[in-house]
Ligand binder design. Structure first.
Ligand SMILES: Cc1ncc(COP(=O)(O)O)c(C=O)c1O
Length: 407
């Protein structure tokens, strides 16, 4: 007899979907007991128990006030296909366990890679793994002995260096947060140079004209690579000469986590250098991950739903919102702008340091993050959410500033 917990249960699924479409107040039901349950519950009761916690007690990334982090809301098409993915549980490690899912990933990589001048690559769980994979290929294929990057590069690159046993040379950045090319060593013939296309703290793009001066150049485009679809693609000029690129689809391609990719200019050689075969596999396993899920299916569905134009419109809307905020800050004596935003990350703070906490506490919850730059604390807004309402945010900021001037 079939185990019914593994069979499609339409009533349960419809209930779960209905709850997803409702506004559920947080903390309505009992919290989960701290004791490991001995006997299982009815699945419908599990849904009742968990809905107020999982659905309600969650960061609302699509709320109009959600402009604090690089985490976007996800499109409904991705929710629908995620449900299929969870049910099917494909494994891209083996073609037999993912017939269509492998094809879907190949399709999206084939669509995306040429836009960046790359010949191929594969999906990873995030850009931490994408960066590690790229630097691993650089070490194996180009025999690099050192990683050179700006002091604003993401911590994942330092992790990768640690894992790969490669020393790191950190290069200083200018007042705009970009790597200073004139601080690079003359001889990079045994180095991999990492350039950021959107630093995590400030969204700045390092000078991409430096691509090619090192033995291998990796562009960490985790955040801003999707600008290639937009009228701002010019800001990524030169990226097509990189040897490898990381892109987080779970950032500006609006994908559920864990979805990212590493792309290579010479995919065949790079992939061969980081492939391992095993007796139980038909094809060698490429890259860091072993078993991995069908994230390409979600990306395929999203791209089909949005098209290039739809992606561009949404990203351009985010950039427009970031410019409204940055213009407001730049034109207000009470505020300081770190630099003109390049990729919809706006870093700013009150001119009067004493007002920092007042502003922070007055802004809506989840609407702003903070970052430290060369020791100083700044506010940071990231426009990853197409539903952000920047005008209401600015109205609130104006109110707080007016109130603070009367203190
Ligand atoms: C520039 C940059 N690189 C790499 C990463 C790591 O990506 P992930 O969190 O997907 O592992 C991030 C994450 O924010 C990032 O901003």
């Amino acid at each position: 007899m079939m185990d019914e917990k593994f069979l499609p249960d339409k009533e349960l699924l419809v209930k779960a979907v209905s709850l997803l479409c409702e506004e559920i107040p947080a903390g309505r039901a009992d919290r989960v007991s701290s004791n490991f349950p001995v006997d299982g519950m009815d699945s419908s009761e599990v849904i009742d128990l968990l809905a107020p916690q999982i659905l309600a007690d969650a960061a609302k990334l699509g709320a109009p006030t959600s402009i604090a982090h690089m985490d976007p809301p996800t499109p409904t098409i991705a929710w629908a296909v995620s449900l299929w993915n969870a049910a099917l549980n494909q494994n891209l490690l083996h073609p037999a366990t993912a017939p269509f899912a492998l094809e879907a990933e190949k399709t999206v990589i084939k669509w995306l890679a040429p836009l960046f001048g790359m010949t191929g690559g594969h999906m990873t769980s995030g850009s931490t793994v994408a960066n590690l994979t790229a630097l691993w290929a650089a070490r194996e294929q180009a025999n690099v002995e050192q990683i050179v990057m700006s002091d604003k590069a993401h911590l994942s690159l330092e992790k990768a260096a640690n894992i790969l046993g490669l020393p790191v040379l950190k290069i200083g950045t200018g007042s705009d947060g970009k790597l200073l090319v004139n601080k690079l060593p003359d001889d990079l013939s045994r180095s991999v140079l990492v350039l950021n296309a959107g630093t995590t703290s400030t969204g700045m793009i390092d000078p991409l004209e430096a691509i090619g001066i090192a033995k291998w150049t990796h562009v960490d485009g985790a955040w801003a690579a999707p600008m290639i679809f937009t009228k701002y693609a010019e800001r990524l000029k030169g990226i097509e000469l990189a040897d490898s690129i990381s892109i987080s689809a779970h950032k500006w391609l609006f994908q559920p986590k864990d979805s990212a990719m590493v792309l290579f200019r010479d995919n065949e050689s790079a992939s061969n250098s980081i492939s391992f075969g095993a007796d139980y596999l038909n094809e060698p396993n490429i890259g860091v991950l072993g078993s991995r899920g069908a994230k390409g299916v979600l990306l395929l569905a999203t791209i089909l739903s949005f098209g290039k134009r739809g992606l561009a419109q949404r990203i351009e809307g985010c950039v427009r919102n970031s410019e409204i905020l940055s213009h407001f800050v730049a034109n207000d004596m009470r505020l300081n702008l770190f630099a003109n935003p390049e990729t919809a990350v706006v870093v700013w703070r009150p001119s009067e340091p004493d007002y920092f906490d007042l502003v922070l506490n007055g802004l809506p919850e989840g609407s702003v993050s903070t970052t430290r730059l060369d020791g100083d604390l700044w506010f940071r807004n990231v426009f990853a959410n197409p539903n952000a309402d920047v005008e209401t945010y600015l109205a609130r900021l104006e109110e707080i500033l007016e109130k603070s001037s009367t203190l």
